[in-house]
Design a protein around this ligand. Structure first.
Ligand code: UTP
Length: 595
């Protein structure tokens, strides 16, 4: 006798097969062996189908129907920008540390208790080729802080500035490739000081690959559905299907900031960017950098038609033809400063919750999917290899109506964006070609640079050391300055805590702890001063010239670089940093101290 659960399973599988056959997917089951043969493989196939069906709003059938529509448009070469004319978007310029910058930072910090942070960390990182998940890579190797630790420290430092105790929600999107390691990292490190209940993990699933213009799903083998990544726009779908967006909104969260897995600079710009969103009432605020015409980075443009106006990301290879076909026969042209009037999108995005939740409800979280098939021949029916629907997080404004407002905030590039995306060889090639190498070396170099920028803003005299090529990628030798989030989140914090003094060449300064103060401190040569102070420890360092052998950057030899025993986080940069005789103070008890 068949047990009732097994029977109901068989019936629902039969119904599922029927539904898929009705959707033109009969081929999936064509080569199946008779009942009673290959049962385990068939069950695994159903398990995959069911997972995919549950993950996608509208299920597999909805996915096929969306695919058919988009594939038909692709076949007809429908121009998505038909009827639109590009114009310069309205921008808020934050490239200078002026009074306006301070004001936006103050507004952003005052709003922090109504803000969440959302990290998209489901990417494979194929270009980097690192064996661990990217958030575990150290952003700097003086003290070896990983990206995830830095993000958590930044969130904790923001919470420490709340008028009354509270938690900043931290959403992390993982994928099948990154989920288990991300969870293990958080567990092993006690959530880096965050409370487990403030960290929300959502996991993206792969979507079915499609083998032709009819939307037939591709097989990777008998009983095996071919699957592919859907893209980082999945965050919107997951914020909806998990109910997180609506829940956070109900809890009083008004904005969230989207960040990537390896951008150590993001919290430098976060307070001001949030301030801009609040002050200008932006539903979507794209952080941007100046770009030169033709630069291979998405461009932010205002597109105007007779019916609507949208400020959004246009791929650089679509922008130029659009300009030539409309307002600028010469394409994208530089202004007096050499910049395009269409700034570069860096995918740090501040989103307003109220309009977001409404859009998610309307779209079920499916945000501006697109398809990019490579056709096998001019009949445009089959593809060279299976394709899939994709979605990008920056495309949310494509769904905006007249009531939603999208804006652009331009920051100094290295202050806000210096990701670690490329392996050491590709990074060197990019450096040679004059494009940002975006590697472990450039990211670490810029991480210290941000510290120097803060010191300069506080009036400290900073003498820069020379830069050198480290296996082909530019590295500034110093001064290497790490003002930890616990010490400073805004420029105002730095101005209040550091007065006078100088730092030069290859010196290192690391300040960690809310209560640390420096008055008239000079670090010369390669000297290093490191202070770690726990909450409640007030540490004053006054009128001193620090003299010691500090930390030294040591280039790896070619043999060390190739040696499998060399830690991978050093292999991706080509150097290590050694402590020669740094002055290090640790205060783990509250109290008042003078050094
Ligand atoms: P990247 O451009 O860095 O792509 O993604 P990637 O897939 O991680 O790396 P490559 O292209 O294989 O070298 C930008 C951000 O989007 C996340 C990444 O983790 C990164 O933070 N991402 C990307 C996702 O969360 N999911 C995806 O499907 C793709």
């Amino acid at each position: 006798m068949i047990n009732p659960a097994a029977l109901s399973n068989i019936i629902s599988e039969q119904q599922f097969i029927q539904t898929l056959q009705n959707s033109g997917q009969g081929h999936l089951f064509m080569d199946w062996a008779p009942a009673g043969t290959d049962d385990a493989e068939k069950a695994a196939f159903f398990e995959t189908l069911t997972r995919v069906d549950n993950a996608y709003p509208g299920g597999v059938v909805g996915y096929i129907s969306n695919a058919r529509k988009l594939l038909s448009e692709a076949k007809d070469e429908k121009n998505p920008f038909e009827g639109f004319v590009p114009e310069q978007p309205a921008v808020v310029d934050l490239t200078q540390f002026d009074d306006a910058y301070d004001r936006y930072e103050a507004v952003g910090i005052a709003h922090a208790s109504k803000t969440a942070f959302v990290l998209v960390a489901g990417g494979l990182g194929e270009r980097l080729g690192y064996s661990d998940i990217k958030p575990n890579i150290p952003v700097e190797v003086t003290e070896n802080t990983s990206y995830i630790a830095h993000y958590a420290q930044s969130i904790l430092a923001i919470e420490a500035r709340f008028p009354s105790p509270g938690l900043v929600p931290f959403v992390i999107m993982t994928s099948g490739d990154t989920n288990d390691k991300t969870v293990a990292t958080l567990e092993t490190n006690q959530y880096f000081g965050l409370k487990k209940e403030q960290v929300h993990i959502v996991k993206q699933e792969l979507v079915p690959a499609i083998s032709d213009s009819e939307g037939r799903l591709a097989l990777a083998g008998n009983y095996q559905l071919a699957l592919k990544p859907h893209g980082h726009g999945d965050i919107h779908m997951l914020m909806h299907t998990s109910g997180l967006a609506a829940r956070l909104f109900e809890q009083g969260i008004e904005h969230f900031l989207l960040l990537q897995d390896t951008n150590g600079q993001v919290f430098n710009a976060a307070p001001a960017a949030i301030g801009v969103s609040v002050e200008h009432g932006f539903d979507f605020n794209s952080l941007a950098v100046n770009r030169v015409p033709g630069e291979a980075v998405g461009a932010l443009a205002k597109l105007v038609s007779t019916e609507k106006e949208l400020t959004l990301n246009v791929e650089y290879n679509q922008l130029d033809p659009l300009l030539r076909a409309t307002v600028s026969p010469d394409g994208d042209q530089p202004n007096e400063q050499g910049h395009s009037m269409f700034p570069g999108n860096i995918n740090i995005l501040v989103v307003r919750m109220e309009s977001y939740v409404k859009i998610l409800e309307r779209t079920q979280g499916i945000v501006a999917e697109f398809v990019n098939p490579k056709y096998a021949d001019e009949t445009k029916t089959s593809f060279k290899k299976p394709t899939r629907l994709e979605t990008l997080m920056q495309d949310l404004p494509k769904l905006f109506g007249p009531d939603e407002k999208a804006g652009v905030s331009i920051f100094d590039r290295r202050w806000c964006f210096s990701p670690n995306k490329n392996n050491i060889i590709d990074a060197a090639a990019k450096q040679t070609a004059g494009t940002p190498p975006e590697s472990a070396t450039s990211a670490e170099s810029d991480f210290y640079l941000a510290g120097r920028m803060r010191l300069k803003a506080a009036g400290v005299s900073v003498v820069e050391a020379s830069t050198e090529l480290m296996y082909g990628v530019e590295l500034a030798r110093g001064p290497r300055v790490l003002l930890r989030p616990s010490f400073a989140i805004t420029l105002k914090d730095v101005r209040e805590k550091i007065s006078g003094g100088a730092i030069s060449e290859e010196a290192t300064l690391i300040l960690d702890g809310e209560g640390v103060r420096l008055e008239n401190i000079t670090l010369a040569g390669r000297s290093a001063l490191v202070i770690h102070a726990c909450p409640g420890a007030n540490v004053l360092v006054k009128d001193r010239t620090i003299q010691n052998a500090g930390f030294e950057i040591v280039k790896l030899t070619a043999a060390e670089l190739a040696d499998p025993n060399t830690p991978e986080h050093l292999q991706i940069r080509g150097y290590r940093i050694e402590n020669r005789a740094a002055e290090i103070h640790t205060f783990d008890q509250p109290g008042d101290y003078t050094i």
